[in-house]
Design a protein around this ligand. Structure first.
Ligand SMILES: NC(=[NH2+])NCCC[C@H](N)C(=O)O
Length: 423
């Protein structure tokens, strides 16, 4: 079987492979009461979400190799060792050792589904009879956002250290896939299992929505409710040990509320060699959230300093980007409304070619003013429009229901291979 070599050195290089997860029944196993705990702002209508998602995946399939977590996981679980290691980890962390033998006996395909969609509780003792829980293993409501639990950094995968326990299993699953899958393998760096002199600081958390590969030698990382300063320090420590480590890290502080600011990619995404999407009030406007540049040289932090803003910090390193504003430029309320619905969250599949939500009409109009042709995913999938006919293009997917899950196109994609791109 041909091995798939993982390599991502930018946010916009031409995409050759991406991991996604089509939302399934796990998304409906949620009530108004536990939606917030599940990290959702609302409960979703699955049939509509799936229709919208089909546009996203359909468009991607016309562009690149698309891998589903469910398939990768079931192929991975065919390895006896992978199955043992993953189940031990999950049952230990989620305190359900009593079901491990039952889980081991389930064939890999079905087991993969259960690990994603949840394992119903067997009411075979008093505690279980009386509990209000329905699941021995909770459904993974957030896995459609494959961006967060693991992130491709050059030829390695950094495994997320999730800020919330409800997403932890996603990171165990991704770690196991990259270690044991027969064709998609990569060296993983997992904060929980890396060898170190001291125990891991419990405040370390890192999620992929915050980590953007600016260039071969530059990372841009959001620091807020999901990725902590300690998490970024962990990344710096890890990078320091690499000879070919990127020299520059630009950190952007983020507000902790409202929840639409959870990740950097909700306020800033790369669109093209000369364009980026910004939520202006945070990225360019005057505010208390700092942008900090960290320079690493020869295994040491050589410099840490505050910069005027993210775009100026990037420009100093040779990445000059013209900002396109989320929500347009006219009305602050429109910016806020469209940012809330993941209006700044674009996924680039080639320089200048991106996917995003159609519902954020002011944002899309603003992109059009900046030279992006707008085509719907439906027209693209039907062959009525071609992305190769335009230098800059935004493929729009309907996303009214998906956006309620709290993310957009970038959140729903984990690129594993891109052609290299030099600024
Ligand atoms: N990369 C992103 N912005 N991901 C969005 C994740 C949303 C998800 N409901 C969460 O709270 O975790």
């Amino acid at each position: 079987m041909k091995k798939f070599q993982l390599n991502v050195t930018s946010e916009i290089g031409k995409l050759n492979g991406v991991i996604v997860h089509t939302p399934g029944i796990e998304v409906e196993n949620m009530t108004p009461e536990n939606a917030e705990k599940a990290l959702y702002s609302d409960i979703l209508n699955l049939s509509i979400a799936q229709k919208e998602y089909a546009q996203f995946k359909g468009a991607l399939q016309k562009i690149t190799n698309v891998f589903e977590v469910k398939d990768l996981l079931s192929e991975t679980l065919k390895s006896h060792e992978a199955k043992e290691v993953l189940l031990e980890k999950i049952c230990c962390e989620e305190k359900c050792f009593e079901i491990i033998e039952d889980l081991k006996s389930i064939p890999s395909e079905e087991l993969a589904v259960q690990l994603l969609q949840g394992v119903p509780i067997q009411r075979d003792n008093l505690t279980k009879y009386l509990t209000e829980d329905r699941f021995a293993l909770r459904p993974l409501h957030n896995f459609l956002f494959t961006r967060d639990a693991s992130m491709s950094m050059w030829d390695n995968v950094l495994i997320g250290k999730m800020a919330s326990k409800v997403r932890e299993r996603e990171s165990f699953i991704m770690d196991t896939i990259f270690q044991y899958h027969p064709t998609i393998q990569a060296k993983t760096i997992n904060p929980l299992t890396e060898k170190r002199k001291f125990p891991l600081d419990p405040r370390v958390s890192i999620e992929g929505g915050d980590v953007q590969i600016g260039a071969e030698d530059l990372l841009v990382i959001g620091c807020g409710s999901r990725t902590t300063t300690q998490g970024i320090d962990f990344i710096i420590e890890t990078l320091k040990q690499r000879k070919d480590a990127p020299k520059h890290i630009i950190v952007q502080e983020l507000p902790h509320t409202p929840e639409s600011f959870i990740h950097l990619d909700m306020v800033f995404t790369f669109l093209a060699e000369d364009k980026c999407m910004v939520y202006e009030p945070l990225i360019l406007g005057r505010n208390k959230y700092q942008t900090i540049h960290i320079e690493i040289d020869n295994g040491k932090v050589k410099k840490i300093e505050t910069e005027e803003n993210l775009l100026k910090a990037l420009a100093k390193r040779g990445i000059e980007l013209d900002p396109v504003q989320c929500g347009g430029t006219a009305d602050r309320w429109t910016m806020e409304r469209e940012q809330w619905h993941s209006g700044a969250n674009f996924f680039s599949f080639a320089p200048g070619k991106v996917i995003g939500y159609a519902r954020n009409v002011h944002t899309i109009e603003e992109m059009n003013k900046h030279g992006f042709e707008v085509i719907t995913a439906l027209d693209f999938i039907a062959g009525k429009k071609e992305v190769n006919d335009y230098k800059k293009v935004v493929v729009t997917i309907e996303g009214s229901e998906l956006a309620r899950g709290g993310g957009g196109a970038r959140c729903m994609s984990m690129p594993i291979q891109r052609e290299s791109f030099n600024w």
